[in-house]
Design a protein. Structure first.
Length: 283
């Protein structure tokens, strides 16, 4: 026998406005779908963790070096790692178009942690992030929150290091659109940290730290940009000047150092200890 309360609810639904009934049906179905998606994501995560436990080199010893994290769960994992970090986050970014930290909640929580001084954050961005207004807005908002930023022609990959405890990285090196891995093995965390620190130290200062002016300091900055192998177009975008201005200033430097070619200019600058020539990997 149907309880009276259920019968009353059923009768009320029958006599409700048809549009309201349809909206109610759709709302209930959406809730069911959301719950089902969550169940599927959890099942997929459990399966990936099971596979990784057998794929790991240390599986025979019963220790997982990494755990695979499905892309759907990556934002939740990122927020958990941020909430438990107390010292520093080191972040290497390949793209601002895909990744677990692009949703509004992650952005607001991450910037709030920085503003309150809960931890510091250093981020290595690709240089082309400065070519769009959206990219410049992103850089600016995180700089205001307290993030220390550098620009690189080729960031090593997409990953973040949380204190000395964990690394969250893309599962496929150099591909920001893949699933993720969580690494807690101390030796591997230390290796990621060393890679990041080296790349960060050799990257270019972000916008707020650029040298302004046309004097000796600006000339030295231009020589160092040339020494890193940047093309004139990239230098112009980075400095915020025209391509013509860059070429004019390069020609002036060639005159000053009695160089007929840019190669000769680089040699002259290196001999004068104005620049240190590095490998492409140091960009």
């Amino acid at each position: 026998m149907v309880p009276s309360a259920d019968r009353a609810a059923e009768i009320e639904r029958i006599f409700a406005d048809p549009l309201q009934r349809l909206q109610g049906i759709l709302a209930r179905d959406e809730r069911r779908l959301d719950a089902r998606r969550h169940d599927i994501a959890e099942a997929r995560q459990a399966l990936l963790q099971l596979v990784s436990s057998f794929a790991s080199p240390d599986a025979a010893r019963g220790t997982r070096v990494w755990e695979v994290v499905a892309a759907e769960l990556a934002p939740d994992l990122l927020r958990h790692l941020l909430a438990t970090t107390t010292d520093i986050v080191r972040s290497s970014v390949l793209s601002l178009h895909v990744g677990p930290g692009l949703d509004r909640t992650s952005i607001e929580e991450g910037q709030a942690y920085l503003r309150t001084g809960r931890f510091s954050q250093r981020t290595l961005y690709p240089m082309d992030v400065m070519e769009t207004q959206a990219g410049r807005d992103w850089i600016g908002s995180w700089a205001l929150a307290g993030e220390v930023q550098r620009l690189s022609l080729a960031p090593p990959s997409d990953f973040a290091i949380f204190d000395d405890d964990a690394v969250m990285a893309v599962a496929t090196w150099g591909d920001a659109a893949t699933d993720y891995v969580l690494i807690r093995e101390p030796m591997i965390v230390a290796a990621f940290t060393a890679l990041f620190d080296r790349s960060f130290a050799r990257a270019l200062p972000a916008a707020g730290e650029r040298t302004e002016g046309d004097g000796a300091t600006a000339d030295l900055q231009l020589l160092r940009l040339l020494g890193r192998g940047l093309k004139d177009e990239s230098i112009a975008r980075y400095l915020g000047v025209s391509l013509r201005t860059v070429r004019r200033r390069v020609a002036h430097l060639m005159d000053v150092h009695a160089a007929e070619t840019r190669f000769q200019l680089g040699v002259a600058a290196a001999r004068a200890d104005l620049v240190t020539l590095g490998s492409p990997a140091d960009r």
